[in-house]
Design a binder for this molecule. Structure first.
Ligand SMILES: [Fe+2]
Length: 422
């Protein structure tokens, strides 16, 4: 859809309906109420359904960006499916992409502060291509450029640079937390930091899932995340607001653990039960470590044979952890049942209705929601609203009570965000 842009002095106006739910805003947005311009959303804000409702409620039909953001506005309003790469069939590009997915590690752009010096290279993985953004110069340092908050694709670093990134992260998190204006803001930074740090632990865990030490670290991740969410349920929004351009099993696993934990909290489960649920959710795709990378990271849709191989990750996962006593018995049902469907159409055992445990039902919802809201090279992500609508249409597959609870939970976290911003 085309939106007309008007110029008002140093600002450009466009219809508020041009703000698409589920997108991350690449600029600050201003509103004009009673002839007073005020900033409504900051650059990087994930525009959600509650934001749309709030603008409608206040009768805000027109919004503004700074004139300096004209190019970014043009790109934002003309997002099209042309951005989906046309090189999915090129064997060399596909092979390189699969290698890049194995050799590079996705990082959270929240912590990339413009102008900071870094001792590691930073790259953008987008449309199957790897583009250098920061390459350390002769003295070993590079400087983070601006605009990384909204650029297309995922920001990645080399696997071997993860320890340098962790060091950088510790410094930036400490600086951000000490500059936070309120305790609430500090809690949010800490929650997102725990999530970002937990990704490397989960990456190690997925690479060596039989290591008792890795499992123990994974359990600590869940306990830290649960503490955060129980301490301040509003942090949940910050933990689930980030979308990846592409899927990475470690990022997906942490997302599913966060969402499942959130559902557990909203269902009123006790801390110990939530811990078992979260551990299961964190490990739900552990069997993917047994799937060949050319299938796991294939940038196109899987054919029938590949899909059958992919489905084997469920039983591979159970095999991987069965001899590990550290994994609670209750957590195992999550691994085994997260692809089962209430309608009996899931796998591996075509269980239905009451045969599926509460943990299995919760993880099925969290898993599908995260998958639907994550981009893939062959398919742009659905917005949170679209994902929930699709799950509502396919409600025969899910536990309807848990799904409604989940929708309410997402609504509450969005509302909390709007209130905090106001
Ligand atoms: Fe799975």
């Amino acid at each position: 859809m085309a939106y007309k842009v008007f110029v008002y002095g140093s600002r450009k106006a466009f219809p508020a309906e041009g703000l698409a739910v589920g997108t991350r805003l690449p600029f600050d947005i201003f509103v004009n109420e009673g002839n007073v311009f005020s900033k409504e959303y900051s650059e990087g804000h994930a525009f959600g359904p509650a934001d749309r409702i709030e603008l409608l409620r206040r009768g805000v039909n027109e919004v503004y960006v700074d004139a300096r953001d004209a190019l970014a506005l043009d790109a934002y309003l003309h997002r099209t499916s042309e951005e989906v790469p046309a090189n999915l069939e090129d064997p060399v590009t596909v092979r390189e992409y699969i290698e890049h997915k194995q050799q590079y590690y996705q990082i959270d752009r929240t912590f990339l502060v413009q102008g900071k010096r870094v001792e590691f290279g930073i790259y953008r993985l987008s449309d199957l291509r790897l583009v250098p953004l920061v390459e350390p110069v002769d003295n070993g340092f590079g400087t983070i450029p601006g605009g990384l908050g909204s650029c297309r694709g995922d920001i990645v670093i080399r696997n071997e640079d993860i320890p340098l990134y962790q060091k950088y992260l510790d410094v930036v998190i400490a600086e951000m937390a000490s500059a936070a204006p309120t305790q609430e803001e500090k809690q949010k930074i800490q929650a997102v930091a725990i999530k970002e740090k937990s990704k490397t632990i989960v990456k190690d865990l997925l690479e060596d899932p039989r290591s008792g030490e890795n499992i123990k670290k994974g359990m600590r991740v869940v306990s830290d995340l649960t503490e955060c969410i129980l301490g301040n349920p509003n942090v949940l929004y910050d933990l689930i607001a980030l979308n990846s351009y592409d899927q990475y099993t470690y990022t997906h696993s942490v997302n599913v653990a966060v969402l499942s934990t959130g559902i557990g909290v909203s269902c009123g489960m006790g801390k110990d039960v939530i811990q078992d649920l979260g551990v299961g959710a964190l490990l739900h795709d552990v069997g993917k470590s047994a799937i060949p990378p050319e299938i796991l990271n294939k940038p196109g849709r899987l054919n029938e044979r590949e899909y059958e191989v992919m489905k084997s990750h469920v039983l591979e996962g159970i095999k991987t952890i069965e001899s590990n006593d550290a994994v609670p018995k209750e957590s195992r049902s999550v691994i085994l049942q997260h692809h089962e469907r209430i309608s009996g159409t899931g796998y591996p055992n075509r269980l239905s209705g009451p045969q599926i445990s509460t943990f299995g039902r919760i993880c099925a919802i969290a898993d599908c929601y995260d998958a639907m809201t994550t981009n893939r090279p062959y398919k742009d992500a659905g917005t949170p609203f679209q994902a929930l609508m699709q799950m509502k249409v396919e409600k025969a597959n899910y536990d309807v009570e848990i799904l409604d609870n989940f929708i309410r939970m997402l609504g509450r976290t969005q509302t909390a965000r709007v209130k905090a911003a106001g």
